[in-house]
Design a binder for this molecule. Sequence first.
Ligand code: HEM
Length: 368
Amino acid sequence: MPSMLAIRALWVLNLFISSSIAFPSLDPIVPRAAASQPYEAPGPGDARAPCPALNTLANHGCINHNGSDIARQSIIDAFQAQFGIEESAIDLALVNAFVVCEYVTGADCGTTLKNLTILAEPHAFEHDHSFSREDYMMSYLPDGAAFTDNQNFNASIFQSSLDVLGGSTHVNYKQMNQIRLQREALSLNNTVPGWFVESKPIQEFEAGFIFAVMGDFNLPKYNVTPKIRVEWWNYWFTNESFPYELGWHPPTVPRGSDFVLSASSEVLAARVKSTPAPLVSGAVGTADAPGTLNEAVATTTYQIPTFEPYAAAGVGGADKRDVSTSTEATATAVPVINPYMQTLAPSDIAAQQAYATSVMSVLSSMSA
Ligand code: HEM
């Protein structure tokens, strides 16, 4: 039986898909100099989300810098002006966010999102196997009651996404699908029995967003088969700021639902070289309509993380990963069993898979 959340999200999705069309025509490239407002790191009392885009907007004061009492319309305006993202592309995410707001606060939130942290309510909009965040429950937690920081950027987790690329400067649809599957496999490797829920419909939408805003417009087929420029993606996630100084600017013809849905479907349809293990059945291939919330939502409410918001050590320069890692909000090391970090060639996915399977069998024999 689908939950109230799923039904409402699906209803909006139908409207959403029926209006979707093909990619827009060629974008005129008009570089912009900088974000309209400078970056200001979040303070300890500020609320931040598990969403790198909302956090970027808040860090630049394009929505309330304290991350609280955010008007729905201010989110729409900020995405349009700062990220070149049209309202059509975020309609469904907004519905989902306000459903979660009502679910967490117990009251209709009207047109004001209570704060960004509520979006970290696990297994609601927030999900497992994120590109750059820990899952709420991980097997390395000290006891069954503990939970991780599933909200803030986590350099180790994001590195496990980037490792899949083996140093390539750009990400195509196939590589993004490979990253997605790798994140699922690594999550499953580190999960608590009974916790892991696959969230393909939401994650594929997020993958579409990354293609929409971090696609390299310097490449010839940008409008047909965009490729994500890794240094921009890396800078954005790591700093939660716009990578202007690396030559980035938002798409000058704003990206709508047509673009995001096309890109996200392409990601799931892209054939991967081989699949990592373990995966849940149905992990490979297409999914329910993109963006829909989990049907399992609204059965249990979990404590929302209260970790301080993440702020990179410094914004600016070509690559702040090393610096930002040291000030990461999650101070604990993340013992991710990542086959891509082993001596096997990063592109040899079949060998990586065999390695992961062998590590898992050693681990299970140790715990037997
Ligand atoms: C009102 C609009 C939006 C809301 C409410 C929202 C909310 C969220 C939430 C709750 C997550 C956490 C999912 C997880 O557990 O990984 C998330 C992740 C994400 N969001 Fe947003 N989002 C919005 C718009 C956008 C836009 C427009 C972009 C791109 C420009 C974006 C990019 C992303 C990406 C890339 C992730 C994945 C992060 C990761 O896996 O580490 N979001 N968003």
